[in-house]
Design a binder for this molecule. Structure first.
Ligand SMILES: Cc1cc2nc3c(=O)[nH]c(=O)nc-3n(C[C@H](O)[C@H](O)[C@H](O)COP(=O)(O)OP(=O)(O)OC[C@H]3O[C@@H](n4cnc5c(N)ncnc54)[C@H](O)[C@@H]3O)c2cc1C
Length: 474
């Protein structure tokens, strides 16, 4: 990051006359805050372009003035990528007025959405056409396509359908010099050179601004079955997944693990959220499967769970008998992040592990935290089918997190060191943002880091795109 200057009145005037007065606003608080309240941002203005051409024009003007641009979509990112916390005052560029679904083609199985489309609206458009857009996460009512692609979001259906990257066939984007890449492809096979789509996906706004994407549609399952299962350990949960796969194969779309600590936090912080009946085990699994009409998905789930109960793998199991009961199961899972926020974590870790190392991670992680304070509470939950855990550490009951400010850094480092040593990732689905730039330097393969820096220098030599995110130095 070199030679950037703060956004001044001259640039703002030029942007105003190029994009129109309504496309430039003072930054309201929501653009400078993030869901966990860990970062406070600063910006000279918020730009709200309506089209790709306007994005390109805004980028050209900022590039000429050497002013940083912070891309912003739904503002639900959890690693501070969407707000600038240091450096010369940038502008925020929000895609929230680019909300057109440009096309939905059933033959191609493609939906073309602009970057500002809210995920829930894309899901609804697919549903209305009798198809499924499977990306699903608790922030789907606010997160937008541009942000989801920029972070390569995961969520609850990765097990079956893959990450956001796997759901995208093509991309339209604006590079740091204002060049527009129009690659809204509809084909599954395209080996015409470097795949810039995959370079931009997951780059968190540091290599280009995503303005639209062609997204894959899937057949909507006609039958869905959902169960809430009590298990004694994550290892038992993995064995349960293997057993259920024998009955259901690829029909399993979600396999979420929760420790009972998370249920206790929901009961404490969100007492209005209904909980399923208690069960005699420390872990819960929320499993969902979907299949075509006549595939008897409910019977197959019941058969798999019957085997798991008979063999002692599961301590208890409830199959949702109605949409309302299914909503109760999912309501608990989706309430956990908000309950965590209200209780107040000391540190939160979005990690992925090879499933074979999960039990070792939990045992060694528990011992490590006990060495800090025997009363620390861990709320571990996540997308077990992908080996993705949210391993969040909380103060002992009755104590505030401020008392642990001094050890927060050491706790995070120890958890990340352990996950890395076991072959895992310290940035599983939320990205690096500004929170984990030092982690990238600590854990990334040196060759990869050098290649990342070379790519940044080549595509954004002045460093105007999301300065300070992902790569602190290049
Ligand atoms: C309650 C809750 C639950 C969540 N659950 C999950 C989950 O299960 N799985 C998961 O993966 N994440 C989850 N998240 C995190 C978050 O929702 C995702 O990271 C999401 O992808 C962010 O999308 P957004 O539109 O809000 O992006 P923003 O927060 O606005 O931006 C995220 C990043 O993308 C960049 N960016 C935004 N728009 C563009 C663009 N058009 N072009 C280039 N870069 C851009 C930003 O600069 C920033 O670096 C959750 C968050 C919350 C609050």
């Amino acid at each position: 990051m070199t030679g950037l200057v703060p956004a001044g009145p001259d640039l703002l005037d030029r942007l105003r006359s190029a994009l129109g007065p309504e496309a430039l606003r003072p930054p309201e608080p929501r653009y400078l805050e993030e869901p966990r309240g860990r970062f406070a941002g600063a910006a000279a203005a918020v730009l709200l372009p309506r089209s790709t051409a306007e994005v390109a024009e805004a980028v050209r003007l900022c590039a000429a003035a050497r002013v940083g641009i912070v891309p912003y979509a739904g503002g639900t990112g959890l690693v501070g990528g969407q707000l600038a916390t240091a450096g010369p005052l940038p502008v925020v560029l929000s895609v929230e007025r680019m909300t057109r679904i440009r096309d939905l083609d059933l033959v191609d199985g493609v939906l073309i959405a602009e970057a500002g489309c809210v995920l829930a609206d894309v899901q609804a458009a697919a549903r209305a056409a009798g198809r499924l857009f499977p990306l699903s996460l608790a922030s789907e009512g606010s997160a937008r396509i541009g942000g989801l692609l920029a972070t390569n979001a995961g969520g609850i259906t990765v097990l079956r359908y893959g990450n956001t990257r796997d759901l995208c066939l093509g991309i339209e984007a604006v590079l740091a010099d204002g060049t527009v890449i129009e690659e809204l492809r509809r084909v599954r096979k395209d080996n015409m050179g470097y795949d810039l789509r995959h370079l931009l996906i997951g780059s968190e706004g540091t290599l280009g601004l995503i303005t639209a994407a062609s997204l894959r549609l899937f057949p909507a399952p006609a039958e869905t079955a959902t169960a809430w299962v009590a298990v004694t350990s994550p290892t038992a949960a993995l064995d349960l997944l293997a057993t259920l796969r024998e009955e259901l194969g690829a029909a399993i779309s979600a396999f979420e693990l929760m420790h009972v600590q998370g249920l206790a936090f929901v009961a404490e912080a969100l007492p209005q959220v209904p909980l399923p009946p208690d069960a005699p085990a420390d872990w819960r699994v929320l499993v969902e499967a979907g299949d075509a009409a006549g595939a008897h998905v409910g019977d197959r789930l019941e058969a798999g769970l019957g085997r798991a109960l008979d063999s002692g793998l599961a301590a208890d199991a409830l199959i949702a008998q109605s949409e309302a009961q299914r909503a109760v199961f999912w309501g608990v899972r989706e309430a956990i992040p908000e309950a965590n926020r209200r209780i107040g974590a000391i540190s939160s870790h979005d990690i992925a592990l090879p499933p074979s190392r999960l039990a070792e991670f939990l045992a060694r992680g528990g011992a490590l935290l006990a060495g800090v304070d025997a009363g620390l509470r861990v709320n571990c939950f996540g997308h077990l089918g992908d080996g993705n855990l949210h391993y969040n550490v909380f103060p002992p009951a009755g104590q505030g997190r401020a008392a642990f400010d001094a050890v927060r850094g050491a706790v995070t480092e120890a958890v990340h060191d352990l996950a890395h040593a076991l072959g895992g990732s310290i940035a599983a689905e939320h990205g690096l943002g500004r929170l984990k730039t030092a982690d990238l330097e600590r854990y990334a393969d040196p060759g990869k880091l050098a290649a990342m820096r070379a790519i940044k220098r080549a595509l954004d030599p002045a460093g105007i795109l999301n300065p300070g995110a992902v790569l602190a130095r290049w």
